[in-house]
Each structure stands twice: as structure tokens, then as C-alpha cells.
Design a binder for this molecule. Structure first.
Ligand code: 5AD
Length: 428
């Protein structure tokens, strides 16, 4: 399966391409593909990543056509699903109708939504978020691959399983190993966007990282960097080498909590870096950890509002999972409902953004992926780290380390199709 159906480039204006997918028009930045009008192309995250030979593109489009329109119908039906709202009180209903009319909700209204535990209210909230997602993005969805290339980390964050002082087996993938993992993900598994993730590991110098990015860029994929708080200079160099997206959470908007959980680091420095990356032209995926100890309900709202203020192209919030042999090992796990509420409220607050289902949330609950996709999310990640390293990347302990990427791709494809979602670029 292809994680971005090709489209025909029908117009270029001011470095923005208009792409036609079976009559549906989306816009994407030209990127570095040298594509011309009339070419078949693939885009990811609103950026053209590769040209596709006409014969291959037409074959793919032909194979997809019937399914494409069928999926749209399934998605629309799910989004239009009649809601049983009889038992939802007037105030909650009023707020949902306001959100549905694209009006901005006040802080108090957001607080009220996030505070509910009532089943009918939750259903109405998730359905409203899903219907907003459908109107804004139609049934397009994106699936990114993630390669975790090093679990060395200079930092000692209290919540993290690869924190410097935790005694775990460490590994670093060589340039060749990283490039070959990317090659496999692109050529064999058909990914069009890859996240390169590691701890904060200065062993990878700017030169080493730039060489890796340059080689992977040649494969025609969108490269997301997820390498932590590195220098602006490093990021600039990697942008120039061809990376176009970053994944960098601010972790929490609560300054005191941030400083407690991330010894010797400052929230304002991290926010400054995220803002710099946005200005530089990177697509920015950012967000926070949900369920950190010491968090209060205002923090959750502040986290969502800060994600929006930072101009996040993609919301990425993880469910905090307590890890053995870390200072927070005994902390209580956040519930699935809480994370789903955050998903839905993020969609309501930022209608056009992409909302990612984090892998930690998927670890928390088997049905998390499906439920999040039905509560406003439209984006997923699949782990494509080589099997020999997977179990070692223990930011938190996972259950399914032995599960192969191929199997996960099948699960995700089946799930997306059952929900009527198609892998066409989300556009800009
Ligand atoms: N549970 C869930 N997510 C975690 N991260 C770090 N530790 C944990 C944990 N215990 C997340 C952080 C970081 C990302 C790479 O992993 O949010 O930004």
C-alpha cells in the first residue's frame, strides 16, 4: 500500500502546487522536486516529496479509484452518525453546537468540556470532533514511519526511560544502518514520510546528521527530525540538507513543573527553539505529555492553547507512561478517556491542524488508535526501527516490541479502511 496516493500537478503559482486527486484539489509547497505542471507527484505534510513516473502513477490511481470513493462514503457516514443527545444537558450541548459552527470557545467552556466524565457528553464531544475533522480534512490521513536511531541521551528527564542515569543497554545506529533502514521503509514499505528519532546524543555531529539527511532526502521522503534540543545551527544545517519537518514537544506549559522534571533546562529556551524552527520553515509537530505528576486541570488547557500559539502543524501529545527505575515509576497512569478528551479538544481548538495518535497512547490501550481517529485525530506513526534495536529504545516499556512493521502496516491499513480513511496528502 502507498502512504500517499499520487496526484497530478495541474498548476504552480508562487512555489505552491495545486494537485488533483480524482478531481479533488489540494495545495502543497513545491519542495525540492523540480516538478512541473503535468507531472504525477506525491506530497506529504503539504510538501511535494517526489515525482512518480506517469505509468506507475496511473497504475496506482487506477487500482485505487473505486476504493477511493467508497472510503469517502464510509468516512462521511461515520462523521454524520446521528448522535443520541437526549440526555446531554443544555450547556454542554450549546458548547458543542458552538464548536460545530466553527466559533472559538472560551477558556471556561474548554474547562467544562475537559471536566466531563459523562458517557453521553463524551460521545457527543468525540462525534463533534470527528465531524469537524471530516469537514476540514475530508478522509485524508497520514501515516509516518519512525526510526529510533540512538537511545543515548545527555538529559536526565525524570519521566523518561532513556534518561541518562537509567541503567539500560544503549545503542547507536551507524550512518549506513540508518540509511538502509530508511531505504527499506521507503522502497519496501512505501513510506513517504520518516521520523528520525534519538535521545539528545551529540555523538551525531552536524556533519554526520547532515550526511544522513542528504542521503535519505534523495529517496523522495519528507524527513522529520526528532533529536531534541540541539543548537539552532544544527537545525539550520539539517534544513539546508533537506529535512523539512521537526517533532519537538515542549512537554509541559507549566514552567515550574518543566524545571522540576527536566533538570537544568528552561521552558523558555525550548519554546524559543520551537519558534525558531517554525520561522525557519520547518513543519512543526509539537505538544506535551498528558498525565504528568503535579499537573492541574488548567495545565491541560494551557498545553493545548500553547500548542496552537506555537503554530503547530501537527499536534503530538503523548500519554505519560510511568517507567520502572525512574523517579516517577509509581505515578498513576492516565486514563484512555482523558487522552481522548484532549484529542477532541485539540481538534476543536485548532480545526485545521493535524492531530497525531501518539505511540504511547497506543501502548496504553489496544483500541486507542481507532477511538482517537474517531475523536478528531487524522495521523499515525508506525515503528520501522530495525528489529534488533527496537526493544532497546525504551522511552517507556512497550508490549509489542517483537511485532513486525509489516504486520503493523496491515493492521493500520485495515483500520484506516474500516473507518473510510485514505492516504492522500493533507495539503496546506
Ligand atoms: N511516557 C510517554 N512518553 C514519554 N516521552 C518521554 N518519556 C515518556 C514516557 N515515560 C516522550 C517525550 C519526548 C518524546 C520523544 O517521548 O514527550 O518528547
Amino acid at each position: 500500500m502507498c502512504y500517499a496516493i499520487p496526484g497530478k500537478l495541474i498548476k504552480i503559482e508562487n512555489n505552491v502546487a495545486t494537485i488533483d486527486y480524482y478531481g479533488e484539489k489540494k495545495r502543497a509547497l513545491i519542495g525540492f522536486t523540480n516538478a512541473k505542471e503535468g507531472d504525477y507527484v506525491c506530497a506529504q505534510g503539504g510538501i511535494l516529496v517526489t515525482r512518480i513516473p506517469e505509468k506507475e502513477a496511473l497504475e496506482t490511481l487506477d487500482a485505487w479509484e473505486e476504493l477511493f470513493f467508497e472510503l469517502k462514503k464510509i468516512d462521511k457516514n461515520l462523521a454524520d452518525k446521528r448522535r443520541d443527545i437526549k440526555s446531554v444537558p443544555g450547556e454542554f450541548l450549546r458548547i458543542m453546537e458552538k464548536a460545530n459552527r466553527r466559533l472559538e470557545l472560551t477558556r471556561d467552556e474548554l474547562k467544562l468540556i475537559l471536566g466531563t466524565r459523562d458517557k453521553d457528553e463524551l460521545n457527543l464531544l468525540f462525534n463533534t470532533a470527528n465531524s469537524i475533522r471530516q469537514r476540514e480534512h475530508d478522509n485524508s490521513s497520514c501515516v509516518h514511519g519512525i526510526i529510533e536511531f540512538s537511545n543515548y541521551c545527555d538529559r536526565n528527564c525524570l519521566y523518561c526511560g532513556i534518561r541518562n542515569s537509567r541503567d539500560i543497554d544503549r545503542y547507536r545506529m551507524s550512518e549506513e544502518e540508518i540509511v538502509s533502514a530508511a531505504d527499506y521503509a521507503v522502497k519496501k514499505l512505501n513510506f513517504k514520510a520518516l521520523v528520525l528519532q534519538s535521545g539528545e546524543d551529540p555523538w551525531y555531529s552536524d556533519e554526520k546528521l547532515a550526511a544522513i539527511v542528504t542521503r535519505i532526502k534523495e529517496m523522495g521522503v519528507l524527513i522529520f527530525l526528532s533529536i531534541g534540543e540541539r543548537d539552532q545551527r544544527t537545525y539550520k544545517r539539517l534544513f539546508d540538507a533537506g529535512a523539512r519537518a521537526v517533532l519537538l514537544r515542549f512537554e509541559t506549559s507549566n514552567e515550574k513543573l518543566f524545571e522540576k522534571l527536566r533538570p537544568a533546562r528552561k521552558l523558555e529556551d525550548r519554546l524559543g527553539l520551537i519558534r525558531y524552527l517554525k520561522e525557519l520553515g520547518f513543519l512543526v509537530a509539537t505538544g506535551f505529555l498528558a498525565g504528568l505528576p503535579g499537573e492541574i486541570s488548567d495545565d491541560v488547557i494551557n498545553n493545548i492553547i500553547l500548542t496552537k500559539e506555537l503554530g503547530a502543524d501537527m499536534y503530538s501529545f503523548g500519554a505519560f507512561i510511568p517507567v520502572e527505575n525512574t523517579p516517577l515509576e509509581r505515578h498513576e497512569l492516565i486514563s484512555k478517556e482523558e487522552v481522548l478528551k484532549i484529542t477532541a479538544v485539540s481538534r476543536i481548538v485548532d480545526k485545521k491542524a493535524n492531530v497525531l495518535v501518539s505511540t504511547s497512547f497506543e501502548t496504553l490501550d489496544k483500541s486507542a488508535r481507532k477511538e482517537a481517529l474517531l475523536a478528531g485525530a487524522n495521523s499515525l506513526m508506525i515503528n520501522v526501527t530495525p528489529p534488533s534495536y527496537r526493544a532497546l529504545y525504551r522511552i517507556y516499556d512497550r508490549r509489542d516490541d517483537a511485532y513486525k512493521a509489516e504486520n503493523e502496516i496491515k493492521d493500520v491499513t485495515d483500520l484506516l479502511f474500516s473507518l473510510g480513511r485514505a492516504p492522500i496528502d493533507l495539503g496546506i
